[in-house]
Design a protein around this ligand. Structure first.
Ligand code: FAD
Length: 430
């Protein structure tokens, strides 16, 4: 395999395939190397794929891609032991073209997407592990794979190898991930007949919904639990900061078992048949954890560059946009015949100037909620108790009720401390 290509892409997740697709479409000689048996075989995602960033690459993709249901309703649940405050939005405009988002099963979607890159002329090699990046005179010139004679050379190598990018580490672009930079997520795909999903979630055929669950779903650790509806299955999972799990001595599958047996969640999955169990890390370090993403002859995209917005559950879209922007830069570099760090740096500038850089910067202090567990562990249950008081009709005059609700909110803390915490939270989210 010691051939020379224009571009080597390591990894066939959404970031790598977006880059391979765009480069091949522009006529570049591309090889994409994936360690899994097929693209998607090793990939885990809650399952919401956003239309806009995918459509920037393949217009009207939903007409042929294996999508599950268009997402028409998104609910946020603040869950306590046996209650929840729920807010959300359901809009029928999301059930029609051009749509907003779809649920997908990555094992099907990634295969389809990679096949589109192949149609553009990209060469896809599966069941092949890239062991290391080949560096000569300070420049990345290729990769070493686990195949016999498995060295491959190119003008530029794109690292799209996911959250724990060993190749990025080899180049010294980033260090070992710290437990407060990653969430550990586990999820199950549970089979349920379509009619039952539609009854339980109040949906018509070809409509889907998502639940993001805070508080008791993660035992108060910073993170979210989730439920997403597919055509004939439900994805249910929990992702919580690794630092929090270590602190609380929790194991991820215990969190998932707790969620599945929660009295408000259990009826939604009752009678379903577990089909698949998956676990994965999610890069949640935010803006400050972005590693070096450009070097001589090398670019880093997607999760390998830590591009995930945990607040809005956006990762696959950032992966696709970063892959596309990397391709734009490579095409420009090819025209100039210059693959130096200086030339490729326009990728970094474009990414930071896009919604990726701007959104990650906006939430750069989100770890306030991890360092201060009172938000999910005390205020959220207190809000539930206040809501219960509000909805209980027991003859108490409303003015007295309001007072009682305020007392419930500030029970174990001074009013000043509560106001200070609320102010800090507002500053992080604003
Ligand atoms: P990946 O999808 O991880 O792909 C990396 C690929 O590289 C893999 O196929 C892997 O096999 C391959 N690879 C790695 N190392 C090598 C090597 N050395 N040689 C060859 N191949 C290699 N995002 C959303 O937008 N919506 C959601 O609802 C959502 N939910 C999520 C729920 C969970 C539980 C998790 C874990 C993540 C979720 N995300 C979600 C985030 C999203 O999945 C990621 O941001 C996205 O998959 C990143 O794409 P990627 O291509 O960068 O990396």
């Amino acid at each position: 395999m010691s051939e020379k290509f224009d571009v080597i892409v390591v990894g066939a997740g959404p970031a790598g395939t977006s880059c391979a697709y765009e480069c091949a479409k522009a006529g570049l000689n591309v090889i994409q190397i994936e360690r899994g048996e097929y693209p998607g075989a090793k990939n885990v995602m809650g399952g919401v794929l956003y239309r806009k960033q995918m459509e920037d690459i393949i217009p009207e993709f939903w007409k042929e891609a294996p999508v599950e249901r268009p997402v028409i309703e998104q609910r946020l649940m603040m869950l306590d032991k046996e209650s929840a405050i729920t807010i959300g939005y359901k809009g029928l405009e999301f059930a029609r073209e051009p749509y907003n988002a779809f649920t997908v099963l990555r094992s099907k979607f990634d295969q389809w997407f990679a096949s589109k890159a192949v149609e553009q002329g990209s060469l896809l090699i599966t069941e092949t592990v890239v062991l290391e990046v080949i560096v000569e005179d300070g420049r990345v010139i290729g990769v070493r794979t686990d195949r016999p004679d498995g060295d491959v050379y190119a003008d530029v190598v794109v690292l799209a190898d996911g959250v724990n990018s060993l190749l990025g580490k080899q180049l010294g672009f980033h260090k070992e991930l710290r437990p407060d930079e990653v969430a550990l997520a586990v999820m199950e795909v549970i089979n349920l007949p379509a009619e039952r999903i539609e009854e339980r979630f109040n949906l018509e055929p070809n409509q889907g919904c998502t639940y993001e669950i805070f508080g008791d779903g993660t035992n108060g650790i910073l993170g979210t639990a989730f439920i997403y509806t597919n055509k004939e299955s439900i994805n249910i999972g929990v992702g919580a900061m690794l630092s929090g799990m270590i602190r609380e001595r929790l194991r991820p599958h215990d969190l998932l078992d707790r969620l599945k047996s929660h009295p408000l969640i259990r009826p939604l999955i009752k009678g379903g048949e577990p089909q698949e169990y998956l676990a994965h890390l999610i890069p949640e370090g935010g803006f400050r954890s972005i590693p070096k993403i450009v070097g001589n002859g090398v670019l880093v995209v997607g999760d390998a560059a830590q591009f995930v917005n945990g607040v809005h559950r956006e990762g696959s879209n950032m992966a696709m946009t970063s892959g596309r922007l990397a391709a734009e830069t490579i095409i420009m570099a090819k025209e100039a015949g210059d693959f130096s760090e200086n030339m490729l740096d326009s990728y970094r500038i474009k990414v930071l100037d896009s919604f990726i850089g701007k959104d990650l910067k906006k939430y750069e202090d989100i770890h306030l909620f991890e360092k201060n567990p009172q938000y999910f562990k005390e205020y959220l249950p207190a809000l539930n108790r206040a809501a219960s008081e509000f909805f209980t009709v027991d003859g108490t005059p409303k003015k007295e009720k309001q007072k009682k609700m305020l007392q419930l909110m500030t029970q174990s803390k001074s009013k000043l401390k509560v106001i200070n915490d609320l102010y800090k939270a507002w500053r992080v989210m604003k």
